[in-house]
Ligand binder design. Sequence first.
Ligand SMILES: [Zn+2]
Length: 463
Amino acid sequence: MGANPLGLKAFLSRRVVTPQGIRPAAVLVEEECIRAVVSPSEVPPAASREDFGDLALLPGLVDSHVHINDPGRTEWEGFTTGTRAAAAGGYTMLVDMPLNSIPSTTNVAALEAKREAAKGKCSVDWAAWGGVVRGNQQDIEPLAEAGVRGFKCFLVHPGIEEFTMVSAEDLHQSLPHIARTGLPLLVHAELPGPIDAATSKLETANWSRYSTYLQSRPDEAELSAIQLMITLCREYGFHLHVVHLATARGLEILRDARSEVLPITVETCPHYLHLTAETIVDGATQCKCAPPIRDRANREQLWQGLKEGIIDLVVTDHSPCPPAMKTMDEGNFQTAWGGIASLSMALPVMWTEAQRRGFALTDIVRWMAEQPAKLAGSQAHKGQISPGHDADLVVFDPDAEFQATRDRLHHRHAVSPYLGETLRGVVKKTYVRGKLVFEDGVFPNRPSGREFAPASTELSVRR
Ligand SMILES: [Zn+2]
């Protein structure tokens, strides 16, 4: 096959996490791809060997819910720092949310601006979701043609002015277009009615208390939004994806909807599976996100939802901001920005909780690599250690513990609810398409991540 500048490499481990299970194996990598997964005795003599011994070899994780905020709000985050945090956290592909960057990714020109902003800055691969806002239904099919992986909308005010929320009326305009693209619609499922009603009773409450914030965003806001979206899903037949499910009370209606074989998928986030309302101290606005982190019993039920498969995937909703916007001095949960940045900590946070509950690395890989890759239509290339897939690999020590410190975060501002915690599982090395991008705290190569864009033949099959 002509010049082969990288040659054949063999990555060996006694714990290679494949779709068929965890086993001793050699992953044969040529150029940017996995050529084969063979037993350690079958490595061709000509291959260069790297043996990781007892360290686990995972596929690169895929995070389908990230706010990179670039272009336009790079003082919050950006492609350089966001993708570095990703590489340090064991992620090899991010899918960027259409909001918080300026412009929002709600038309093709804005998508092109994002591509321009990403050039030369990315340590890992990336792709984009398109935004669905009031009145942009004519932009939906052009965005799909231009390469977005699907769409995102908000049913409640998103906290910034330039990305408008949509009502049921707006959705009746947009959904026929979305259904025609065959791409998923990711929905922030909270309705404003129950939030406004709850908040109006809290005018004189103490907003430095977490319990005040929790009361202001009741379960009913999520439940009514999920019900509305299920009804619309039935009517229009589009792929509905519920982002960051926080209330376990939603599991029952989602279970029923899925038993109707509606095309619905569901995600939750590490913070809902780790933190609890009972332990968030007053003023700790680094724990503010929407929907809010609920109580311990709710957390345990979310784990049950994962076990049952009603929740398909776990993503970060990495959404940083400058420290001043978290109002850390004042600790005001009403005015602080809602968002938790966790790209570099999500895997250890998840592994710490999962192994305690008897889950295996195969579960982690299903939730954090395979399923998010599938949501983003990239499952033929990303999220698995399988022949033909990109050589996106993570060397992970599942038995080591470490303390979460600022120097391990790598995103733009060192704000995190996990600082000071002892977590289990250390990312040692991350490879993107065969190239080492992270090793023990260091980023050894120039950024070479690129936009995930499948071959045009695959696109025409999907549409
Ligand atoms: Zn988000």
